[in-house]
Design a protein around this ligand. Structure first.
Ligand code: 5GP
Ligand code: MN
Ligand code: MN
Length: 322
């Protein structure tokens, strides 16, 4: 059932029992920010709230209040009354085989056909789940939005909008950011912690990944690849590749940037970024994934990554020549 902001606010106010908060696997800033924002907010209202995510949280989020209260686990073995699923609409993308909860509420900003939850609010125009969450929280009680709620939300707004640089950023986004700054946030705290604490292992990995830089479609496609062996050679984790895709995207004349990531189990994750002329969400959904017009992705577990590359470049070349 699809709800309005007001109805979601009422639903959350009336939630009773054990509440689980979760988000998508390989969590990004918006997933972590909205999970922690809601945790810090609901802690003041409810007695039993937990956050469980599938995958490890990258170290650069460690400055957020109560980040160590988020647990990571391959499965959820406890029964809950409610689960709040953030920044994703398909429960499959949480990475859990099943979530034992009587009721579920999705809060998301991706274009999705049908959220598989009891209740949902999905606003694709919203630049981040953090901003949508803030709008709902304001309806529950502005006084509950203190520094420890504001900081993770601000962080997720920054990461999903490219530091308020993408066209998804609206006047309301900046007003909401201002609202959060009034809760005592220093903007540079977020930027410094997220973007200016590179580990040497990460820079060594970046060197190897940039060495794989290649082009297709007469330079309109730039792509990079991370292999498992690069991780072994540098000691970096796959989550430390966050942001690498901005390098191929930054090249003059490039319309679409692609990042191929090899996982431990031999599967692949493909990230797509566009400068606006190509809708990469549509491209990703053709390959079984999804996302936004300018940022999308999908997983690949088929035979030979070279086959996928060929198919993907051909598909994109057609779109680029239209
Ligand atoms: P990223 O490339 O940073 O992992 O993801 C960029 C965007 O694409 C995010 O909004 C993310 O939710 C979406 N996305 C990435 N991978 C997948 C996927 O496998 N399936 C779907 N539906 N969306 C994805
Ligand atoms: Mn996300
Ligand atoms: Mn998001």
């Amino acid at each position: 059932k699809t709800l309005s902001r007001k109805e979601v606010a009422q639903l959350i106010e009336n939630m009773e029992g054990k509440i689980l908060i979760t988000s998508h696997k390989n969590p990004d800033g918006d997933a972590i920010g909205s999970s922690l924002g809601w945790f810090n907010f609901l802690r003041k209202l409810k007695s039993n709230v937990k956050v469980i995510l599938k995958d490890k949280i990258p170290y650069f989020y460690d400055f957020l209040p109560n980040i160590n209260k988020i647990s990571t686990s391959h499965s959820i073995n406890e029964q809950f009354d409610w689960v709040i699923i953030l920044d994703v609409s398909e429960t499959e993308r949480t990475g859990f085989d099943s979530i034992p909860a009587k009721n579920s509420l999705v809060i998301d900003h991706h274009i999705t056909a049908n959220p598989d939850s009891t209740f949902a609010i999905v606003e694709p125009k919203m630049p981040s789940t953090c901003e949508l969450s803030l709008e709902i929280m304001k309806l529950i009680g502005e006084n509950l939005i203190d520094y420890e709620v504001a900081l993770p939300l601000y962080m997720g707004m920054v990461t999903d909008t490219g530091s308020f640089g993408y066209n998804s950023t609206t006047p309301d986004t900046l007003r909401n950011a201002a609202f959060l700054l009034e809760r005592g946030i220093n903007p540079y705290t977020v930027i410094k912690n997220l973007f200016e604490r590179n580990r040497v292992t990460r820079i060594k990995l970046l060197k190897k990944v940039l060495d794989t830089l290649n082009f297709a479609a007469n330079g309109k496609i730039a792509h990079i690849t991370v292999l498992q062996k690069f991780l072994k050679e540098t000691g970096a984790g796959l989550e430390e590749t966050e942001g690498f895709i901005s390098y191929p995207r930054s090249i003059e004349g490039v319309e679409v940037a692609i990042f191929f990531k090899e996982f431990e189990d031999g599967k692949w994750k493909v990230s797509l970024r566009s400068k606006g002329n190509i809708d990469v969400a549509a491209v990703a959904s053709k390959f079984g994934g999804g996302g936004h017009v300018m940022a999308a992705g999908f997983e690949y577990s088929g035979e030979g990554i070279e086959n996928l590359k060929k198919e993907l470049f051909e598909h994109l070349s057609k779109l680029l020549n239209q």
